[in-house]
Design a protein around this ligand. Structure first.
Ligand SMILES: Nc1ncnc2c1ncn2[C@@H]1O[C@H](COP(=O)(O)OP(=O)(O)OP(=O)(O)O)[C@@H](O)[C@H]1O
Ligand SMILES: [Mg+2]
Length: 422
């Protein structure tokens, strides 16, 4: 099989001019002097894309996906390395790129299609087909400056596919189309794929990658982080995103002020790390004190990442400082956007009577099969009097992450089966 796109050891940098002249005096004295900062946006990218492959490029905002696509289109050139292209390329990059705002849709079709390599005669012959695919109707005679984003995209997509490319490069833009047109584009992409064309799509729509691509490449910080089957790569990428979200959650809550003086053992600190949170996140008279909380699995391994269906144990270490009665321990689970998922306590469950509590102890909340779906969750842990009086009540202090390789959606997995009757 021959290659369509060969990216060899490509690095790309951008120069940014930083204007440090703040005052008029600065401006006059330093006139013409600018500080230049060079950033390597892509580093040592190696990618061999074979003829007939449909490749999805995924990665966070600013990771370098669009830059890579522009290099493949030869709008940009690498500073190091080389890119070889085998076949006619057609690309849909940023919205409106390549359109002249004052020209009508039809005039832009002629301009763009000729840039993509069609002669006037060829365009004449395809014009009706292009207009029909775009479904722009009377708008086709209007200047494109009055177009909506979706209308721009319709025009750009219709032109891009009209040139019968060997290689189609698409950056994101499909997302601005309405769902009817998006489906039409996807059908067209599938058709091109069926004809053995090579397609590279940049998208934040992971399900689209799984639907239409036979390979996914995850770009992170200007480097290829992973390359493989769409399913594998999307899973790795989603796990990474949710870990990043988790870190953000912890940082956010940290910056909210007041430290929570938890008496933690250092080896647990990085695992079930208490989040320093607002004043309200720890209340109580400390007659009974929560010393530590951590998560573990069936092997007693301490961790914060669990799979749906796995056993999860919440460990709560406490100390009784002053005689207290009617002691209730409770837990509450919340999504990162504060949807209350589940809560219970030893009073509701009629478990662990007060009289049985030693002065210092360790309580385990054992979930034999975690039914939460992938995401980052926050946990409340509390010890209080039966009447609600808090001894030590920690709100949103702990977080953990759930992953799964099944694509069901929601917060909980419902235990279920499908049956065909009859
Ligand atoms: N012309 C330019 N001059 C300077 N810096 C640029 C230029 N184009 C892109 N960059 C920088 O390069 C980095 C990568 O940008 P790029 O557009 O490739 O990201 P991306 O992965 O497509 O992100 P997104 O998902 O947001 O579209 C960013 O830090 C961006 O600021
Ligand atoms: Mg981009």
């Amino acid at each position: 099989m021959s290659y369509s796109i060969e990216v060899s050891n490509v690095s790309k940098k951008f120069r940014n001019y930083i204007d440090k002249q703040n005052t008029l005096k600065d401006k006059v004295l330093r006139f013409g002097k600018q500080t230049v900062k060079e950033d390597w946006i892509l580093e040592e990218i190696n990618l061999m894309i074979n003829e007939g492959q449909t490749v999805g490029l995924v990665g966070r905002n600013g990771s370098g996906k669009s830059t890579l696509l522009k290099l493949m289109t030869k709008i940009l050139y690498p500073d190091v390395g080389s890119i070889k292209i085998n076949g006619r390329v057609s690309s849909l990059l940023e919205l409106g790129a390549g359109f002249h705002p004052e020209f009508t849709g039809i005039e832009n079709i002629y301009m763009n299609a000729s840039i993509l390599g069609l002669s006037k005669k060829e365009i004449d012959a395809k014009l009706n087909e292009i207009i029909a695919f775009s479904e722009l109707h009377e708008y086709i005679h209007q200047p494109v400056r009055i177009y909506s984003s979706g209308m721009y995209m319709r025009l750009a997509f219709s032109v891009a596919i009209s040139v019968d490319p060997d290689i189609l490069l698409i950056d994101e833009v499909l997302a601005v189309g309405d769902s009817a047109f998006q489906n039409k584009c996807l059908e067209k992409i599938k058709e091109l794929k069926g004809k053995g064309k090579t397609i590279v799509v940049v998208t934040h729509d992971n399900s689209m990658v799984e639907k239409i691509c036979d390979r996914a490449v995850w770009i992170n910080n200007g480097k290829v982080r992973a390359d493989g089957s769409p399913r594998d790569i999307i899973m790795q990428y989603m796990a990474f995103l949710s870990e990043e979200e988790n870190k953000r959650l912890i940082e956010d809550q940290k910056s909210e002020s007041n430290e929570i003086p938890l008496n933690e053992s250092p080896e647990l600190w990085h695992i079930a790390k208490p989040i320093e949170s607002s004043n309200h996140s720890r209340v109580g008279n400390k007659k009974i004190e929560i010393l530590n909380v951590w998560f573990s699995d069936s092997q007693e391994q301490i961790k914060r990442n669990f799979n749906t269906g796995e056993q999860m144990i919440i460990n709560i270490q406490y100390k009784i400082n002053e005689k207290a009665s009617s002691v209730v321990f409770g837990v509450g689970f919340f999504t990162s956007d504060n949807t209350y998922c589940y809560g219970t306590n030893t009073y509701i469950d009629r478990s662990i009577p007060s009289e049985s509590l030693p002065n210092e102890g360790h309580i385990r909340f054992n979930i034999s099969k975690l039914t939460l779906l992938p995401g980052v969750y926050k946990l409340d842990v509390a010890v209080h009097h039966e009447n609600g009086e808090p001894y030590d009540y920690l709100t949103s202090v702990y977080s953990f992450q759930v992953s799964s390789d099944i694509n069901d959606v929601g917060i909980f997995r419902l235990d279920h089966t499908w049956e065909l009757k009859g």
